[in-house]
Write a protein that binds this ligand. Structure first.
Ligand SMILES: Cc1cc2nc3c(=O)[nH]c(=O)nc-3n(C[C@H](O)[C@H](O)[C@H](O)COP(=O)(O)OP(=O)(O)OC[C@H]3O[C@@H](n4cnc5c(N)ncnc54)[C@H](O)[C@@H]3O)c2cc1C
Length: 461
């Protein structure tokens, strides 16, 4: 093992290194050492040493990355989990300033106690950190209304590769013609950079008012086509006001039924849509309008489940989370055989989702692989397709189906990765979406901020 050349307290014990060697990608990469700093100053001094010695440093938060972005077999894993203070929660200014290791779910509850909503809502919020959410520009079901993490980041403190610390605040200009747009707001360089440009050591997030009333509806449909047509109808309706529109195909519905301990729910259904309605201020919830829309699209309206109140909505969220969690477990079981879960994260314009899913399924049929469990953010044209590769040979066939699918996605004006980033696993697909000019520009930014190339080697570029 190469000597890790930094003065910070590097833990080299095998059990510690193994504890940081896996994330939700199904890959295992054992680092040469682990550092668990408790302050920004420690992070900065580690980075200065690492740059001088050419030691690679890969950040890790909750290690829920599905793309291998938080693991490495080169140099150090820098775990930010011990930096988990809420520095300042200001209900008047509606902002919260935190260290990167705070869990998103915990922070949400702290904000809710003041009547405030932390909008980013990755399904993994109980296991993922604010630093990881910023680094991946995480989004979630409610991003349909509130957007991903990016618009909620007001300011960042970042330790750069050379060991300096920069404090960045979004400009409040309404007009600006100075210089290139890509240099206007450096906060945006780091949001979504997957640990490749700097280490986020402090984050200030803007908060919204907690909505007074939210109603969740699980609406079953006899066919997947009806469910997808309902989603397009809801996006285009002037009457309903959803903050999420989530789709579950037949296979995902089977997992959700188990998680809800109601195996008999909606027996005639082949798919369902989960909706959260937030009435506009002063307006009544548009439940009748939802049911009318559902009926028009052939929903099995006798079996609609209604979730009202905080604990019921949490339960609906738990059921939703059971789908990726179950698929992760199924994937882990195949690791000893060279298999794993393969999860896609593509998105297309929402009105073309049905067309795209049909094509993706045809590719899978032709390749003779088992169809994916498909679920997720259909309101944004953004499903997750989770395949289980039972062994290395099947993994190769699944990856080739995914690549065929992604080429079609790009042809429809979509993206290869809408919310999980591309890390190590999806990096090979970057050139499908980005032109050589865009890739060269990203390399130029990387060279400027991390000339020795120590930060998260193998992620993104
Ligand atoms: C069951 C499940 C459900 C999920 N659902 C969603 C979802 O709904 N939406 C979504 O967007 N994602 C989802 N994800 C993916 C993942 O949870 C998110 O990307 C999450 O934001 C990662 O946070 P983390 O703390 O686990 O980061 P990690 O996995 O530890 O790291 C992710 C990336 O961030 C970098 N990083 C971490 N901390 C820092 C830091 N302080 N400074 C710089 N870089 C840093 C790492 O180097 C790595 O590149 C899901 C994952 C699972 C397993």
């Amino acid at each position: 093992m190469a000597e890790v050349m930094v003065s910070a307290s590097v833990e080299r014990d095998e059990s510690v290194r193994t504890a940081y060697s896996a994330d939700a990608s199904g890959l295992v990469m054992v680092p040469e050492g682990v550092v668990r700093p408790t302050s920004a100053a420690e992070v900065a001094s580690l980075l200065a040493d690492a740059s001088a010695n050419g030691t690679a440093v890969t950040c890790a938060g909750g290690q829920t990355s599905t793309t291998g972005a938080s693991i490495t077999d080169r140099g150090i894993v820098l775990s930010l989990r011990a930096m988990d203070r809420v520095i300042d929660l200001d209900p008047k200014a509606r902002t919260v300033r935190v260290e990167p290791g705070v869990f998103v779910g915990e922070l949400k509850r702290a904000c809710a106690a003041h009547g405030l909503l932390l909008a980013p809502d990755p399904t993994s919020e109980e296991e993922c950190t604010v630093g990881g959410a910023v680094a991946c520009n995480a989004s979630g079901a409610r991003s349909l209304r509130y957007g991903a993490t990016r618009p909620h980041v007001r300011a960042l403190k970042v330790a750069l590769a050379d060991g300096s610390i920069v404090e960045l605040r979004r400009p409040s200009l309404e007009k600006n013609t100075v210089g290139y747009a890509l240099a206007h707001d450096p906060v945006d360089w780091f949001v979504g950079s997957e640990g490749t440009l700097g280490v986020v050591v402090e984050v200030e997030l803007g908060l919204l008012s907690l909505p007074e009333q939210v109603t969740g509806l699980a609406i079953p449909f006899a066919t997947e086509q009806d469910a997808l047509a309902f989603i397009v109808g809801a996006r285009e309706s002037a009457v309903v006001n959803p903050r999420c529109l989530e789709f579950f195909d037949r296979r995902a519905l089977a997992i959700a039924r188990e998680a809800e301990s109601t195996p008999g729910w909606a027996q005639g259904a082949d798919a369902f849509v989960y909706v959260e309605e937030v009435p506009l201020p002063g307006a009544a919830p548009a439940l009748d309008a939802w049911l009318e829309l559902a009926e028009q699209r052939g929903a099995l309206t006798d079996d609609v489940n209604v979730y009202e109140g905080e604990s019921a909505l949490r339960e609906a969220r738990r059921v939703r989370h059971a789908v990726p969690a179950t698929m992760n477990e199924r994937g882990s079981l195949r690791r000893p055989h060279g298999g794993r879960k393969v999860s896609t994260d593509w998105a297309v314009p929402y009105a073309r989702l049905g067309e795209m899913l049909a094509k993706a399924r045809t590719f899978a049929d032709i390749a003779g692989i088992e169809q994916a469990v498909t679920y997720g953010h259909a309101g944004n044209g953004h499903p997750h397709q989770n395949f289980i590769a039972h062994d290395a040979e099947e993994l190769r066939r699944i990856e080739s189906v995914v690549e065929q699918t992604l080429r079609e996605v790009i042809a429809m004006g979509g993206t290869v990765a809408a919310e999980h980033g591309i890390g190590k696993i999806k990096r090979k697909w970057l050139p499908l979406q980005m032109s050589p000019l865009q890739v060269r520009t990203m390399h130029a930014v990387k060279r400027e901020l991390d000339p020795a190339g120590i930060l998260a080697p193998g992620n993104v570029l």
